[in-house]
Design a protein around this ligand. Sequence first.
Ligand SMILES: Nc1ncnc2c1ncn2[C@@H]1O[C@H](COP(=O)(O)OP(=O)(O)OP(=O)(O)O)[C@@H](O)[C@H]1O
Ligand SMILES: [Mg+2]
Length: 431
Amino acid sequence: MPEIDPDDAPGALPNLWRVFNLRESPYFQETLGSGHRSYPLSLFVGRAAETRHILATIGGSRSSRQAIGGPTGVGKTTLVQSVKAAAITAGYWASDELVPFYETDTTEHILGRLLGALYDTILAARPKASHHAAMDAAQQLVRVARLTTAGGVSVSILGVGGGVSKGTTPITPSGAMLLDGPRVIRDLLDLVHEAGARGVVLHLNNLENLTERAADRAADILRSLRDPVLMLDGLHVLLVGTTAAVATATGAHAQVRSVFPTTLTLEAMPIRDVQAMLAARYTYLTIEGRKLVPPIAHDAVATLYPLFRGDLRSLLTALEDGARLLVGVAKLGASIGLDELRVALRQRYDAILRTRLDARRQAQLDAWVQQGGPSGYRTQKSLRPIWGVSQGAISNALADLERQGYVVALAREGKEPIRYVLTGMARLVFG
Ligand SMILES: Nc1ncnc2c1ncn2[C@@H]1O[C@H](COP(=O)(O)OP(=O)(O)OP(=O)(O)O)[C@@H](O)[C@H]1O
Ligand SMILES: [Mg+2]
């Protein structure tokens, strides 16, 4: 049956991507296979060695913990989405849900979220399991976790703690979680085992959003959950975040380090995989029966990609911005080339930079580029004579420029000082 194209409906808004015979933007930045209306994992490419490695670790023992680190936007979350799908094929249970870490999290929060994710995963795999006693107990705790705000109880859940735990003192919701959570998780894992599944894969994500202090707290939380939860039979935990956050969370305490022995660090995808990723998206989104037209030419992608140092999300954003800016002037049925793309992006990102950064930060970036060009790296020490400010002002400025997306810190190598480089967006502005 031919699909009805919503754009053909009377009164539909113009969709610029149709100029390229596409249903929608092929440069979306969402993670594959998660979220309400997600893009399918069939668009996943490459990362074969990493996938094999993670799956082999899961398959190699009855309980495992792996840390997956890498720079922003390099494809960490998408890789783990794909790994979970493969694990499901191999007889494990997993869901597309990610367990996030937030700044203000405590052990109870993480425990509650892990329990919730486990509960949802079982429910999705075996809807009938909801009648099981362990699921019943879990449901009560999950309710507590989900209906309780950071400051206390937000919805009437009185009696729940008492129902789950047989204590004599009144039990606060978080107390109930700490007291009963680990046992309930254990019971759930028994249930998983009895149902014939090989185990459950849980995905802790978003460590990248944590400040250094919060990453330290994540380390404490992991330590306190190690024996009661993380080591349980049948549980396979994947911990995902930027290299630095993962290193702090798993490296701060010897007890955690020993159970997350190595971190898999994702390197930038090779350019041929990036081209394959885009080709898959073009094919998937091209309107049926029409000719495939890449909005941005292949060689333009190949030239831009290195500027982003593996950050696929920022590359995709730039391609999307460029295509939107130039669609009106693009020749029908032809791709946008590097020269026009560069000019358009430079203008646009320059305008954004000039409005987002105050005069002092702009001057600092200008000085950075004037002294030795846009592509080299800097250390805090080498910036000192260039900027002529104090050590404290330098680290503030770098933190600010990082937050605003103009500078990234490269992964630290041994005892070397941290090296900073301009991001793709800044490189486009400064040529
Ligand atoms: N192997 C891959 N195959 C196809 N698309 C990919 C692949 N890896 C990443 N992508 C795409 O690149 C973009 C960034 O990926 P992802 O969100 O996984 O990065 P991340 O490292 O988790 O980013 P962040 O640091 O922001 O959390 C997404 O749009 C995703 O769909
Ligand atoms: Mg991510």
